[in-house]
Design a protein around this ligand. Structure first.
Ligand code: 3PG
Ligand code: MG
Length: 391
């Protein structure tokens, strides 16, 4: 079992702690445009610092491919951190990082992906990182699907711990997937079946109800012989989708597909659209959201559910009114969560943006900021960055 650092704060006094965070934040004009990832880990970092540790924060930003690319400097993130903390957090390149921060202080290493050894999970590079500190904490669940020097090899060279946020994240995911209160449902949306095949295959074995929406639902409807007009679809995956439908039935997983949708001939603001049953779609129309009947039947089925795992929007939520199903169903889940009736866990890619758009992210039991790592977790894969902490 991996050990959580919050259970061992007493070990931190006078120690230097190397802490892997995910400060891969979006930037524009040299400023961080979304601080969520920093804000999420900051209270935990403060707790470690208050326990008397000096913290060396390590992260990557973007994909500079082993070269020093100034546009991928962590300087804007470091600036934000300094402003928030009220003191200057030094930003130091690894090869200049010869000193240790004082107890209660933080420093940050420059983007580790400026060195090719980081992504190569290089042993010598990991040794250099390990030499800087007394112990290692990983608080970057969103990077746990990467076996890189800062997420993997270094954990084998120091006493290693699960960080405060990662601990909460693993608990939330496990509560949704490993020992959920039943019935447990997954709401899976997004454009394509192809990017979520492994997710779907794993989930039909784990959940009682699988709600499908977004473009990927069209491929499943096509697999049931429904004509989908000009809707986004993956014809090459129709047979695979049919296989998943069959398997779900054999496993007793109720797979829900929309019976209607909002159709239009283009995806743009103010485009004329109509609410139609799937069978009424014309050759030039596409389904851009699931329709009112589907929303009603999904809502009804949600009434009996006790745990929901959400990934992906139900429609083209970036353009109104095709955000209707995503917003309505997200509100339904949020209200049930607030009422204490369900546990709701969401994450992955567009999902946080969709839930923020619906103004309900705060109301879910847990919203993961992880993209790829969240998907790999719900695919049932072992995440190297998590596994190494208990090895
Ligand atoms: C993310 O934003 O998903 C993580 O920071 C991982 O980034 P990566 O996909 O470049 O490894
Ligand atoms: Mg990613």
């Amino acid at each position: 079992m991996a050990i959580s650092i919050v259970d061992h704060l007493d070990q931190l006094a006078g120690k230097t702690c190397l802490i892997r965070v995910d400060f891969n934040c979006p930037l524009a004009d040299g400023r961080v445009t979304d601080n969520t990832r920093v804000d999420r880990v900051l209270p935990g970092l403060k707790r470690l610092a208050e326990a008397g540790a000096g913290l060396i924060l390590i992260s990557h930003l973007g994909r500079p491919k082993g070269k020093v690319v100034p546009a991928f400097s962590l300087a804007p993130v470091c600036d934000y951190l300094s402003e928030t903390l009220g003191y200057v957090v030094p930003l130091v390149p690894l090869d200049k990082a010869g000193y240790r921060p004082a107890a209660g202080q933080m420093m940050m290493l420059e983007n580790l992906r400026f060195w090719p050894e980081e992504e190569a999970n290089d042993e010598q590079f990991a040794k250099k990182l390990a030499a800087l500190a007394d112990l290692y904490v990983n608080d970057a669940f969103s990077c746990a699907h990467r076996a890189h020097a800062s997420t993997y090899a270094v954990a084998q060279k120091l006493p290693c711990f699960v960080g405060p946020v990662m601990a909460t994240e693993l608990d939330a995911l496990s509560a949704a997937l490993n020992k959920p209160q039943r019935p447990v449902a997954a709401m899976i949306g997004g454009a394509k079946v192809s990017t979520k095949l492994a997710v779907l295959t794993n989930l039909i074995e784990k959940v009682d109800i699988l709600f499908l929406g977004g473009g990927m639902a069209n491929t499943f409807l096509a697999a049931k012989g429904v004509y989908m007009g000009a809707s986004l679809m993956e014809p090459e995956l129709v047979e695979t989708a049919a296989g998943i439908l069959l398997k779900a039935e054999q496993l007793g997983c109720r797979l829900m597909l929309p019976e209607d949708g909002l159709a239009a001939t283009a995806l743009s603001l103010d485009v004329p659209h109509r609410k139609i049953l799937n069978r009424d779609i014309s050759a030039s129309e596409m389904m851009l959201d699931i329709g009112p009947k589907a929303i009603d039947s999904y809502k009804q089925a949600l009434e009996e559910v006790r745990t929901v795992l959400w990934n992906g929007p139900m429609g083209a939520f970036e353009v109104s009114p095709f955000d209707t199903a995503t917003v309505t169903l997200a509100q339904t889940v949020a209200e049930a969560t607030e009422a204490g009736r369900i546990i709701s866990v969401a994450g992955g890619g567009d999902t946080v943006a969709a839930l923020n758009h619906a103004a309900v992210a705060e109301k879910f039991s847990y919203v993961s900021l992880a993209g790829g790592a969240f998907l790999e977790y719900i695919e049932g894969k072992t995440l190297p960055g998590v596994a190494v902490l208990s090895a």
